[in-house]
Design a protein around this ligand. Structure first.
Ligand SMILES: [Cu+2]
Length: 97
């Protein structure tokens, strides 16, 4: 079965933000276990992203990034659907004060 990757994200994919986002939110169309969640800067360096790392099935994931300077960032996530299939995706956003 094919899985819709993500229903909605904050920031939206390709968003250009005037200020650093206070939170990053992923809203899924079905429950899944998030197994990995990373925030990378424009050079591909991983930044701290505070979030609950438990593997309980959820439909919404919230994470808290550090204060981000101007630049382009990537959020990469991986998960496992309720029927055991791996799902992954990413969002890219830009901070441009
Ligand atoms: Cu499936």
């Amino acid at each position: 079965m094919a899985h819709t990757k993500v229903a909605r994200t904050i920031p939206a994919n390709d968003a250009v933000l005037k200020e650093s986002p206070s939170e990053i939110k992923l809203i899924f169309p079905e429950v899944l276990k998030i197994t990995a969640l990373k925030l990378l800067d424009g050079q591909g360096k991983e930044l701290t992203l505070e979030h609950d790392k438990s593997l309980k099935p959820i439909k919404e994931k919230i994470a808290f990034p550090p204060s981000l300077d101007a630049g382009t960032y990537r959020v990469i996530w991986r998960g496992i659907s309720a029927d055991g299939h791996p799902i992954k995706g990413q969002i890219i956003f830009t901070v441009s004060p």
